[in-house]
Ligand binder design. Structure first.
Ligand code: PEP
Length: 256
């Protein structure tokens, strides 16, 4: 089974700090265990730099966002094609911070997934419920609706290219991770939804856990049969912690 660790740097690191982190990752890359797909997602200004510095390393570069249009009068935005032309291999779509602070809707997420796929790069599609949803017991209903809105209509061969990340919003950047049981339960639920949309591809789609995941809790979180790695925020800003997460994901990798 594919196993993935993706680091979302968010709006952190200036140029020299980004170079330093990329340097540490590039240096350690040769010792990384094979069999885990590793991505890092720096901010836009450093994407080309990251592609250059990680050349030859088994670490691919992802973007944190893109616009759904091919080109045009969208000041401040970046298209999926621009990312692909810089050597970017994946793009996070639908992160809860984009939904919360920038009004990203499920319809926009769907359009962006299609835009990303159309240029041959991998969407890392994020879904997850708010704390109030979980407290009210409607977390599966909310995540099920997100998955339905974002992915319905994608052909099977497009679904096969997807990475999904379950990120409970209450766990992101809070230090409060989901329990391993909560993560596995939701991942199995998402797998079921994927099965309904793409029966032939669903078992092969990696579903990552995200939300205060760090070396101290990763082995437990990654143990669930439907947990195929992690989308990592805070801990991806430290090379040592991030590389340790790759090693843990490798140990917890599910059989092919
Ligand atoms: C994220 O923002 O995708 C994330 C998982 O953040 P953190 O690991 O810091 O909770």
């Amino acid at each position: 089974m594919r196993t993935v660790i993706a680091g979302n740097w968010k709006m952190n690191k200036d140029r020299s700090q980004a170079l330093q982190l990329l340097g540490h990752l590039a240096q350690a890359a040769a010792e990384l265990p094979a069999g885990v797909e590793v991505f890092v997602a720096p901010a836009f200004p450093f994407l080309s730099l990251a592609v250059e510095r990680l050349q030859g390393a088994p670490i691919a570069v992802a973007a944190q966002h893109c616009h759904e249009a091919v080109s045009g009068a969208y000041t401040g935005e970046v298209s999926a094609g621009m990312l692909a032309s810089c050597g970017v291999k994946a793009c996070i779509v639908g992160h809860s911070e984009r939904r919360q602070y920038f009004g990203e809707t499920d319809a926009a997420v769907h359009a962006r997934i299609k835009a990303v796929l159309s240029v041959g790069i991998t969407p890392i599609y994020c879904c997850g419920e708010l704390r109030a949803d979980r407290e009210a017991g409607r977390h599966q209903e909310v995540v099920g609706a997100q998955v339905h809105e974002a992915l319905t209509g994608l052909p099977g061969e497009a679904m096969a290219k997807l990475i999904v990340a379950y990120e409970p919003v209450w766990a992101i950047g809070t230090g409060l991770n989901a329990t391993a049981a909560q993560a596995q339960e939701m991942h199995a639920f998402i797998r079921g939804r994927l099965r309904a949309l793409a029966p032939e591809q669903a078992e092969g789609i990696p579903i990552l856990y995200g939300g205060s995941c760090k070396p101290e809790n990763a082995a437990e979180l990654f143990a669930g049969p439907d947990v195929n790695g992690g989308l990592i925020g805070g801990a991806s800003l430290d090379a040592g912690a991030f590389l340790e997460l790759v090693r843990i994901a490798h140990r917890m990798k599910k059989p092919e």
